[in-house]
Design a protein around this ligand. Structure first.
Ligand code: AHG
Ligand code: MN
Ligand code: MN
Length: 345
């Protein structure tokens, strides 16, 4: 969708280092002729939810550390599993925002419809990397925002099943040594780091660009034997000695998509979760994992494919459908695709 047709996205405006996320989205609103302020308010609500999740993530270990069974904690409140908690926070904050006619979460089988609410659709993975929570490894939250396709009346599932190319905002929070909030509204990618003492996100990574080529690949090689031959040939190649291509690449794999994709976005290289015999459609979910990152990588000059086609062109048919996902530097993703299509052997 061309920018001029991209409803509600903020027009380009130069990011000013040191501004808060709140000020940054406000600048975007002021530059958008006729903006109602709803899109800005929605982004601020997403930021609020992330800040609430951050505070629980930072104390999540407390429950375990103090030996609580996980049923109740020192305040006597129920200690929820972090992904259930993150899901509850996002649902309640976004419902209270009044801007979302449809919410869909990895944690909910069905979408939540609200015909009395606004014109936005938010799809999210409330807690990505759940398997890493109890080992204190970085985890995250991923989201994609669309405008509803139906113009009035009851929202329908079709409002959620839009191709990623029609996203109006996408982003993620990475709960690492610090909490970083990375956002695009269709005009570049910007990273904001949380100052926990102030409770605000401050612009720390303006105009993130994914380098055209990297030196690191990220994949779960434990699945190698289950991969298609083309993916196996790619892995053999990227691990081979070839000074002209800077091979072998280094290998990093955290097992949290947000952590592996964030490193790849900043430093370049490639993240690949191909289809395999165990997950013939891939493991990662199209709507709230692959599409948001595909949109972010393309906005940062990178590339995203399922091995055959551009992720953002895939027409979704179900909320939780899975897809192979390969994102990263253009040159590195193109090489992967050449191995998968057989152009390169
Ligand atoms: P989630 O915790 O939201 O279910 O996502 C886990 C995903 C993703 O974060 C990561 O890239 C992938 O699972 C890791 O899968 P493997 O453990 O199979 O490598
Ligand atoms: Mn996930
Ligand atoms: Mn999850």
């Amino acid at each position: 969708m061309s920018d001029s047709l991209r409803p509600s996205a903020h027009p380009p405006h130069p990011p000013v280092v040191g501004t808060t996320l709140r000020e940054h989205v406000l600048l975007g609103m002021r530059a958008a002729a006729g903006a109602s302020g709803e899109f800005t308010s929605l982004l601020n609500h997403i930021s609020l939810a992330v800040r609430i999740i951050t505070s629980r993530v930072r104390s999540a270990g407390l429950a375990d550390m103090l030996g609580y069974t996980g049923d109740t904690n020192v305040q006597g409140e129920e200690v929820q599993k972090l992904d259930e908690y993150a899901n509850e926070v996002l649902l309640s904050v976004l419902e209270r925002s009044g801007h979302c006619c449809l919410l869909a979460s990895e944690e909910l089988e069905e979408a939540i419809f609200n015909e009395k609410s606004g014109k936005y659709v938010v799809l999210f993975d409330p807690l990505d990397g759940s398997s890493n929570i109890d080992t204190n490894v970085s985890i995250g939250t991923i989201f994609a925002v669309y405008r509803r396709r139906t113009r009035e009346g009851k929202p329908i599932l079709d409002d959620a099943l839009q191709p990623g190319r029609d996203i109006v905002a996408a982003g993620y929070a990475l709960y690492g040594p610090s909490t970083i909030f990375v956002l695009t509204t269709g005009h570049g990618v910007h990273g904001f780091t949380l100052d926990p003492n102030v409770g605000e996100f401050f612009l720390s990574h303006p105009n993130i660009r994914c380098p055209p080529k990297g030196a690191c690949y990220s994949a779960n090689l434990g699945n190698y034997e289950r991969w298609a031959p083309g993916a196996q040939r790619w892995a053999d190649w990227i691990n081979s000695e070839d000074k002209d291509h800077g091979l072998p690449y280094g290998q990093r794999y955290v097992g949290s998509l947000v952590a592996d994709a964030h490193r790849t976005l900043l430093k370049g290289g490639i993240f690949a979760y191909p289809a395999d015999k165990k997950s013939p459609d891939g493991k990662l979910r199209l709507l709230y994992e692959a599409n948001p990152f595909a949109f972010l990588f393309e906005q940062a000059g990178g590339m995203a494919t399922n091995g055959a086609e551009r992720i953002l062109d895939v027409l979704p048919t179900a909320l939780h459908q899975r897809t192979p996902l390969v994102v990263g530097s253009r040159e590195d993703v193109l090489h992967f695709r050449e191995f998968l299509t057989g152009e390169r052997t």
